[in-house]
Design a protein around this ligand. Structure first.
Ligand code: GLU
Length: 291
């Protein structure tokens, strides 16, 4: 039997809240039930928003909760060289292109297009898809603009990658948290348009780092929040084009705030550190999240 390997992968850009506690403890419960491993990964590629202070807080909160994970912890900011190598491969194969439009340029493009009566498509998070103009820039022009130090991001040429892969993709999604059965979910990477794969100063993005790390850490089971369900389609496409193994997924329910909305790291009263200071115990937290 292959060893089951789970992971919890927080971004240290704020304090952990009840939703993170649910995700971490569910991963631990499932790993223990299956005699598997639990790994911890710190997703800190955004070095402007992720700080050592937040990371220390995350680790302290997880220890307090009773999470135990294997060493070493994988910290993404220590692996930029590995991401860079794969990015170079994607650049060489012309599966990514430099995208120069600023947020303002994108807004202006879309306003113009919508004035002409066309609704501009949006991704599942409601963000407008990246306009197609940069994909058509001649290579010479791209090189000139990069040499001129224009800001840009590397975006996936989703159509080119889909053509390279040459078939529809799907992923295995567990039907519930007993992890006893899966269903096949169609991957719809086009819904996200040409996603960012790397930035000028950071040789990766969330999607690229997450698929590489899930592969490098030998993750067999990705258990994470429902909010990442449809992003899995993009990640499945990247796995396929990079020749990476594919884990099975379970996207769990989200813990909602009193207002029925998704928790955010700025919602202080559901923060684990705040609850702990107010006298809550780890058992209280488990009760609050129904675990
Ligand atoms: N780092 C992501 C977050 O904190 C989770 C990524 C994942 O589980 O795939 O939301």
């Amino acid at each position: 039997m292959t060893l089951l390997t789970f992971r919890f992968a927080p971004s240290p850009n704020g304090d952990l809240h009840l939703g993170h506690a649910y995700s971490a403890l569910l991963n631990q419960k499932l790993a223990r039930a299956g005699g598997g491993r639990l790994l911890l990964r710190i997703e800190d590629i955004d070095m402007a928003r992720c700080t050592p202070q937040f990371e220390a807080g995350v680790l302290a909160d997880l220890k307090w909760l009773g999470l135990d994970w294997e060493q070493p912890v994988r910290r993404q900011s220590e692996h930029f060289g590995e991401y860079q190598a794969v990015l170079q491969q994607l650049i060489g194969e012309e599966l990514v292109y430099p995208a120069f439009m600023s947020r303002g340029d994108i807004r202006a493009f879309i306003t113009g297009s919508e004035k002409r009566g066309r609704d501009w498509p949006r991704d599942p998070d409601g963000v407008p898809l990246y306009p197609p103009s940069d994909k058509a820039l001649p290579m010479k022009e791209r090189k000139r603009r990069i040499a001129d130090n224009e800001p840009f991001a590397w975006r996936l040429d989703t159509d080119a990658v889909m053509a390279r892969v040459g078939r529809d993709l799907a992923w295995a999604e567990f039907t519930d948290e007993t992890l006893s059965a899966t269903r096949s979910v169609e991957a719809r990477p086009r819904d996200w348009g040409d996603v960012i794969v790397a930035r000028r100063d950071i040789p990766t993005s969330y999607h690229l780092a997450v698929v590489m790390d899930d592969a490098l850490q030998g993750i067999s089971h990705v258990v994470r929040g429902q909010d990442l369900f449809s992003a899995t389609g993009v990640q499945r496409l990247l796995q396929e084009v990079l020749g990476l193994p594919r884990p099975a997924y379970f996207h769990h329910r989200l813990i909602l705030g009193p207002d029925g909305r998704k928790l955010s790291k700025s919602l202080g009263d559901t923060g684990l550190a705040t609850l702990r200071r107010a006298g809550a115990t780890p058992d209280d937290i488990r009760r609050m999240i129904g675990l």
